[in-house]
Design a protein around this ligand. Structure first.
Ligand SMILES: NC(=O)c1ccc[n+]([C@@H]2O[C@H](COP(=O)([O-])OP(=O)(O)OC[C@H]3O[C@@H](n4cnc5c(N)ncnc54)[C@H](OP(=O)(O)O)[C@@H]3O)[C@@H](O)[C@H]2O)c1
Length: 380
């Protein structure tokens, strides 16, 4: 029982020390067999009754409660990423049969321990993807493949995001071909509710509006790759859903931003008028679990309730991490130091509305605002 409780502490509300050592996300085999599948809700109720992690929050339980309908076979790609590491145990806990993919043989133990059947496949290898999906015969495919680890300097986005863009174009096409070959009806794919640059100011964007980013010479391929996902998935899968996630933050999303803000390395540029949308990582995972069984084909903005200008959220984050207020730079100087892409993100993005996701996926973010979410993230 102690081992199982450990599991909920880690996956429900991971501690900062666990995050520094990703291997501690591993479920021990025994824990997995103790509480796998539908037993989890019953087990969790016992934990609450005995006072164990009384004030904790259990992602597995939330997913289980929200699950409508039957258990399904789900094929998750990018299963070891920032989102996947919450998504896989949530799906398993909700009673689904999960096949989880990685490119890296050394990560299969983590996936197996989380209750999934691991498979090693490169998303760019069309034949291998089709074969893996046919073997799993899933009812739902989830595309969470990106290559975003270690991002630092945004001066040349097309170079920086080249692998991710490839996964968004070729990787998406391969998964859609695999879905067709395996008879998979539902495909849920990752998109981005990211900072502009938007063509004109306005209210938070709804799903009816294409992203329509103003072109920036150094960042042409990224918007095109995102537009490809948003068009191809709803058009080609019988039930294609695209989740535009806001900027991820929270446990397991990396400490780069926090460290940079602590060191006053992230200035407010050009007045910080650009509006950004955020989503806490476990809230993003919960929306993805909801999208497995709910919502019609189309695009969903998975963001919190409060899009906010950089001039508001960045000083607040600095305060939360105990740093001095961020420096302020005029746009021309920001352009020289950080490049055009960051400047336009900080000055001309619009943010996104989550009304549709709430209504049609039956989902609510636990952190309705980045204000509470940043506090929880930093305090661990
Ligand atoms: N909306 C957002 O703000 C957003 C979205 C995504 C990520 N991020 C951030 O970016 C950072 C890194 O993201 P991450 O942890 O998700 O890591 P990542 O390096 O982007 O990898 C994500 C997943 O994609 C898989 N993958 C990568 N290339 C692949 C390929 N060629 N074929 C098949 N699978 C492939 C990885 O597999 P392996 O198991 O082989 O590594 C991993 O499971 C995090 O800080 C995260 O918060 C932000």
């Amino acid at each position: 029982m102690r081992i199982a409780c450990d599991y909920a502490t880690r996956f429900g509300r991971p501690r900062i020390d666990a995050l520094r050592r990703p291997d501690t996300f591993d479920l021990r085999e025994q824990a997995s067999s103790d509480i796998s599948g539908g037993d989890h809700r019953e087990w969790h109720a016992r934990q609450l009754a005995t006072g164990c992690h009384r004030s904790g929050w259990c992602l597995v339980l939330v997913a289980g409660i929200r699950r409508k309908g039957k258990s399904m076979r789900v094929f998750v790609t990018g299963a070891t990423g920032a989102l996947g590491r919450y998504l896989v145990p949530s799906l398993v806990g909700a009673g689904h049969e999960v096949t989880a993919s990685t490119r890296t043989p050394g990560k299969t133990g983590t996936l197996r321990a989380a209750g999934a059947v691991p498979v090693v496949v490169d998303g760019r290898d069309r034949e291998a993807v089709i074969a893996a999906v046919r073997t799993a015969a899933p009812e739902v495919i989830v595309h969470e493949m990106t290559a975003l680890t270690g991002m630092r300097n945004l001066r040349n986005p097309d170079k920086l995001f080249a692998s991710t863009n490839e996964l968004r174009v070729l990787g998406t096409d391969n998964l859609l071909a695999a879905a067709a070959a395996a008879g998979t009806r539902r495909v849920v794919a990752q998109s981005y509710a990211g900072g502009g640059p938007d063509e004109r100011p306005g209210p938070p964007k709804t799903e009816d509006e294409p992203s329509r980013w103003r072109s920036v010479r150094s960042a042409m391929a990224g918007p095109a790759a995102i537009a490809h996902v948003e068009k191809a998935v709803p058009e080609q899968a019988p039930e294609g859903l695209v989740l535009r996630y806001g900027g991820f933050y929270g446990p397991g999303t990396g400490n780069f931003l926090l460290e940079a803000v602590r060191k006053r390395q992230v200035p407010v540029i050009g007045g910080g008028t650009g509006v950004w949308s955020f989503i806490e990582i476990t809230d993003a995972a919960a929306a993805t679990v909801a999208a497995i069984g709910r919502g019609g084909p189309g695009i969903y903005n998975v963001v919190d309730d409060h899009p906010a200008p950089v001039a508001e959220w960045l000083p607040y984050l600095a305060e939360v991490v105990g740093a001095k207020p961020p420096l302020r730079l005029p746009a021309w100087l920001g352009r020289m130091l950080a490049g055009e892409f960051l400047v336009v993100q900080m000055t001309s993005s619009r943010g996104y509305s989550n009304e549709k996701a709430k209504k049609e996926l039956g989902w609510e973010p636990r952190y309705a605002s980045w204000r509470e979410g940043f506090g929880a993230w930093v305090s661990g």
